[in-house]
Design a protein around this ligand. Structure first.
Ligand SMILES: *[C@@H]1O[C@H](CO)[C@@H](O)[C@H](O)[C@H]1NC(C)=O
Length: 388
C-alpha cells in the first residue's frame, strides 16, 4: 500500500468514528432542499393536574396543532426543541411513555423523522430524560425515526442527555451539506433543588463540542454550514432583545416578554456568567448560521449577532450567527393568548453554501408569520410585522 492509500484507510476508519457511517438512516436533502419544522414547548402532560379542568384537553389540542402545521409544511426533520413535557404536572406512576406516544403520532403517521433537545420541564419532578430518550429510541426498530441520541456520555446531572450532532447529506448522498447540533439545557427542578446548578450548557459539553468540530475539520478540511438547537438561550439573546428595539422591522417576530436565559442560579436567580463559554464557542464556530431556542413562549424573532459592537454580557463580538426563537407549539405552559405555531427552516443546497436559509413561523390556523431570509444582509433588510 502506498502512503496515500494508508492515509485513505486511516481517514476512513477515523471518519466512521467521528461521523456516523453513511447509510439509509442518514438525513439527506431531497431535490436540493432540506426542510426542518421546529416544535418547541409542547408541554404534554398537564392533564395530570387533576384539579385543572381545562388542562384535560390540552394534549389533544396540541396534537391537532401539530397535524395542521405538518399538513402545511413539508418536513424532512422535525426538531422537538425542549419542554416536550410539563414534568411538574406529572406524578409518581404517571405514564410518561403515553405522553411521548401521543406527541410522536403526527410524525410517525407521516413518516417524519425527529430529533429532540430536552429542556427544564423535561427534568422536573417525574419527568426523566433517560426515560424519554429510551422511549423515543424504541421507535427505531426497523426504520430509524428517532435521531435523538446521547452522544456525550456522563451523568445527567453533569452533562444532560441530548448532546449530539447529525450530518445532513446533499441530494447526491455523497457529501455532507449541513451539520445540526443539539444541546441539552441541563435544567429543571430535578437538578436544581438544593444546589447552585444554573441551567447552563455544561462545561464538559462545550469542550466536547469544540473537540467534535476540530475532528470534523481535521477529516474534511473545512467547517460545514451548521445550525444549533438548545432549549434555553444564552444571556446574549437578552442583550440582543434590547438592541432589537432600535430596528424592529429588521427582526420580525413576537416580542412580548423579557428573554429568560442560561446562567441564572435559582432560587435567587442571580446571573453567574456560566453560559459565556458556551456562547463563546458558538461565536467561534465558522459557518454557524443560527442558534434556535424555545423556552420563552412569547418571543419568536431572529436577531443577527453581528461583529459591529460587543454585547453587555459577552465582551466578544458576534460572528453573524442568527439567534432565533420558535413560536411555541403546545397548549400547556404560560402565554396562552398567542396562537400556537412552529418555526420552519428551509435549507436550500445551493444557498446554504453561503450560510443562507429561509425561515418563518407557521401558525396553527394557517398564517405565516415573520418570514425572513437569514442572509448576509439580515438585520438590515426590512420585513412586514409578525402576526400574533
Ligand atoms: C437577503 O434576503 C432579502 C430578502 O429576500 C433580500 O431582499 C436581500 O437582497 C438579500 N440580501 C442578499 C445579500 O442577497
Amino acid at each position: 500500500m502506498g502512503s496515500r492509500s494508508v492515509m485513505w484507510v486511516l481517514s476512513l476508519a477515523f471518519m466512521s468514528c467521528a461521523v456516523q457511517v453513511l447509510g439509509q438512516d442518514q438525513l439527506r436533502f431531497k431535490d436540493g432542499k432540506f426542510e426542518i419544522t421546529v416544535f418547541s414547548d409542547l408541554h404534554f402532560g398537564e392533564a395530570e393536574w387533576t384539579d385543572c379542568a381545562e388542562c384535560q384537553g390540552y394534549d389533544q389540542k396540541t396534537v391537532a396543532a401539530m397535524n395542521r402545521i405538518l399538513d402545511k409544511e413539508k418536513t424532512d426533520l422535525a426538531v422537538l426543541n425542549g419542554d416536550l413535557l410539563s414534568g411538574e404536572a406529572m406524578h409518581a406512576g404517571s405514564n410518561l411513555g403515553n405522553h411521548i406516544d401521543r406527541m410522536l403520532r403526527p410524525l410517525v403517521d407521516r413518516n417524519v423523522p425527529w430529533a429532540s433537545t430536552y429542556g427544564n420541564h423535561d427534568r422536573d419532578r417525574y419527568a426523566d430524560p433517560n426515560v424519554i430518550l429510551a422511549k423515543e429510541q424504541s421507535y427505531n426498530s426497523g426504520t430509524k425515526r428517532a435521531h435523538t441520541r446521547k452522544q456525550l456520555t456522563g451523568a445527567d446531572a453533569n452533562v444532560g442527555a441530548t448532546n449530539y450532532y447529525l450530518p445532513v447529506m446533499d441530494t447526491s448522498g455523497r457529501n455532507i451539506a449541513l451539520i445540526l447540533w443539539f444541546f441539552d439545557s441541563r435544567a429543571g427542578n430535578a437538578l436544581q433543588t438544593g444546589n447552585a446548578l444554573d441551567r447552563s450548557v455544561a462545561p464538559e459539553v462545550v469542550e466536547w463540542y469544540k473537540k467534535q468540530q476540530a475532528d470534523i475539520r481535521k477529516i474534511y478540511g473545512k467547517d460545514f454550514p451548521s445550525i444549533a438547537f438548545v432549549h434555553i438561550p444564552f444571556k446574549s439573546a437578552r442583550d440582543l432583545q434590547a438592541r432589537r428595539k432600535e430596528n424592529v422591522a429588521a427582526a420580525p417576530g413576537v416580542d412580548r416578554e423579557g428573554v429568560d436565559y442560561q446562567g441564572r442560579a435559582c432560587p435567587t436567580c442571580t446571573y453567574t456568567g456560566s453560559d459565556v463559554s458556551f456562547a463563546q464557542a458558538l461565536v467561534d464556530t465558522p459557518n454557524l448560521i443560527a442558534v434556535v431556542s424555545g423556552h420563552n413562549h412569547k418571543v419568536d424573532w431572529c436577531m443577527k449577532w453581528g461583529n459591529d459592537r460587543p454585547l453587555a454580557s459577552n465582551p466578544s463580538k458576534g460572528n453573524g450567527v442568527n439567534v432565533c426563537f420558535g413560536r411555541r407549539a403546545g397548549y400547556g405552559g404560560y402565554g396562552k393568548d398567542l396562537q400556537k405555531g412552529a418555526r420552519k427552516i428551509l435549507v436550500r443546497e445551493d444557498r446554504v453554501k453561503n450560510n443562507e436559509v429561509e425561515t418563518w413561523n407557521r401558525l396553527e390556523f394557517g398564517a405565516i408569520s415573520g418570514r425572513a431570509t437569514l442572509n448576509s444582509t439580515y438585520g438590515m433588510d426590512k420585513y412586514p410585522a409578525a402576526q400574533e
